[in-house]
Design a protein around this ligand. Structure first.
Ligand code: MLT
Length: 412
C-alpha cells in the first residue's frame, strides 16, 4: 500500500492565486457582460512585452541551437558561466558586495527556489515567518512537515509568526525567542513595505547571535526608489555568514512566463549537523541542483544575460518605471476613494485597508462584482492580512487609470 504525504492535507483550501482564478472564472461564467470589462490586479503578473534586448538575445540564441556547430544540449545545472558572471558582477560586485560567480545558482524561479531550499535544511529548524506574507514560505514548510495543523485563523502550530501591522510599518521585528530559519521579503509582498538598513542590521545581528539563517527574498528589489534602502541583504555586514538571497527576473525583466531567477548561497554560510558540527550549505545546494535540476534553457539564460547589457538595463528601468507609475496612479485613486493606503512607492503592490467591518474576501467580492476589478484579499497572505487587500500595479497605464477611477465609484 502506498501512502500519501499527509502534510498536504493540512493545507488550507487552494493556493491563493488559483483560488482567486477559480472565483473569477465563476464570476465570468455567471456575468458575461461585466466580465468583458474585467481588469485583473490580483496576481502580480507582468503585462508589458519583453525588453527589446531580451527579445534579440532570444532570437539569436535560438538560431544558435539550429546549427550543429553552436547547438547545445544539457547545460551546467548551476547556470552558464556567462550568466553567473553577469549577475555577480552587476548585481553585487558593482555595488561593492563580495559575491563570487559560483555562489550564484540560476534557476527557473524564486517560488521554486524558496520551496526547494528546504531540501538542504533540517526538519528540526524553528521557523519565523512574517504575517502577512507571500504564501509560498508557509505552504512549502507545511508540505515538508515542518508545522502542525492550522488553527481556525489559519495559523500553523510550530511557526513563529512575526506580525506586520500598520504599527510597525509592516516590517517584522526579531522575536524574543530563538528561531533557526527566518523568512524576510523586502520590498515586501504583499504590503509593499521595505526594511531599512537599521532593521536589516537588527535581523543579521539576531541571526548571528542565534546561529540562525535568513532566507531573504529580494524578488522586487528593482522597485526600490529610496536610495537609503538596501537592495541586498549582503549590504549588511555579517550577512554572508547568515543569509541566502533569492532574486528573480520575473518582475524586472518581465520573465514571469519566460522563467529565470537565481539564488545566492555564500560559501561562508554554515549550518549545524545533527551531530553538532558546522558545515557549509553551498556544497549541499550545489549537490541538490546537480541531482534534481538540469538547468534553465540556454536561450532563457542568454535572455537573462541581455538584461545586464547597456540597452537591457535602460529598457528594464523603463519597465520598472512604468509599473511604479501605475502604482502611483492606484495609490492616488485609492486615496481619493477615501481608503487608507500603504506601499506602492518602493514596490509594485498597494496595500489597502478595507473600510471598517468589511473582511478582505468581502472586499474582493464587492470590487469584483461592482467595479469588475480583481484584487487579492489580504487574508490570503495570513491572518494579519485580514482587513486589507492588495492591488497589483502590473498592468497597462490605461487599466491602472481605469481601476483608480472605478475604485472611486464604490459605495462602502
Ligand atoms: C504575487 O502575486 O504575489 C506573485 O505574482 C506571486 C509570485 O511571484 O509567485
Amino acid at each position: 500500500m502506498a501512502y500519501l504525504n499527509d502534510n498536504y492535507l493540512k493545507l488550507k483550501a487552494g493556493y491563493l492565486f488559483p483560488e482567486i482564478a477559480r472565483r473569477v472564472k465563476v464570476f465570468c461564467e455567471q456575468n458575461p457582460e461585466p466580465a468583458k470589462r474585467l481588469i485583473r490586479c490580483g496576481i502580480g503578473d507582468v503585462t508589458e512585452p519583453l525588453p527589446a534586448a531580451v527579445v534579440a538575445a532570444l532570437h539569436k540564441s535560438v538560431e544558435e541551437l539550429s546549427v550543429r556547430a553552436t547547438f547545445r544540449g544539457y547545460g551546467p545545472e548551476q547556470g552558464y558561466d556567462f550568466l553567473r558572471v553577469a549577475i555577480a558582477q552587476n548585481d553585487y560586485r558593482a555595488h561593492g558586495l563580495d559575491v563570487a560567480d559560483d555562489e550564484i545558482f540560476v534557476s527557473d524561479g524564486s517560488k521554486c527556489d524558496c520551496g526547494n531550499i528546504l531540501d538542504i535544511l533540517g526538519h528540526q529548524n524553528r521557523l519565523a515567518i512574517s504575517d502577512p506574507v507571500y504564501p509560498v514560505y508557509v505552504d512549502t514548510n507545511v508540505m515538508a512537515g515542518h508545522t502542525g495543523d492550522a488553527d481556525a485563523a489559519g495559523a500553523y502550530a510550530g511557526v513563529v509568526y512575526l506580525p506586520c501591522t500598520a504599527q510597525n510599518g509592516f516590517v517584522p521585528e526579531p522575536p524574543s525567542q530563538a528561531v533557526d530559519l527566518i523568512y524576510l521579503c523586502s520590498p515586501n509582498n504583499p504590503t509593499g513595505a521595505v526594511a531599512t538598513r537599521a532593521q536589516l542590521t537588527a535581523w543579521v545581528e539576531y541571526a548571528r547571535q542565534h546561529r540562525a539563517i535568513i532566507l531573504f527574498d529580494a524578488a522586487y528589489e528593482a522597485y526600490i526608489t529610496d536610495p537609503a534602502i538596501p537592495h541586498s541583504i549582503y549590504e549588511i555586514p555579517g550577512a554572508r555568514e547568515c543569509a541566502i538571497e533569492f532574486r528573480s527576473f520575473s518582475k524586472n525583466g518581465g520573465f514571469t512566463g519566460v522563467r529565470c531567477a537565481f539564488t545566492v548561497v555564500p560559501k561562508s554560510l554554515l549550518a549545524q549537523t545533527a551531530a553538532g558540527e558546522f558545515k557549509p550549505l553551498h556544497p549541499l545546494w550545489n549537490r541538490r541542483m546537480s541531482t534534481k535540476f538540469n538547468g534553465v534553457s540556454y536561450f532563457v539564460q542568454r535572455a537573462a544575460e541581455a538584461i545586464y547589457s547597456p540597452e537591457g538595463k535602460t529598457q528594464v528601468r523603463a519597465l520598472v518605471e512604468h509599473y511604479l507609475g501605475n502604482a502611483q496612479v492606484l495609490v492616488q485613486g485609492a486615496k481619493a476613494a477615501g481608503l487608507q493606503v500603504f506601499g506602492g512607492v518602493n514596490a509594485p503592490y498597494i496595500w489597502v485597508q478595507t473600510p471598517a467591518g468589511i473582511t478582505s474576501w468581502q472586499a474582493f467580492d464587492k470590487i469584483l462584482n461592482e467595479a469588475n476589478v480583481v484584487i487579492t484579499p489580504g487574508s490570503g497572505f495570513g491572518s494579519k492580512g485580514e482587513g486589507y487587500f492588495r492591488i497589483s500595479a502590473f498592468n497597462s497605464r490605461a487599466n491602472a487609470e481605469e481601476v483608480a477611477r472605478r475604485l472611486q465609484t464604490l459605495k462602502w
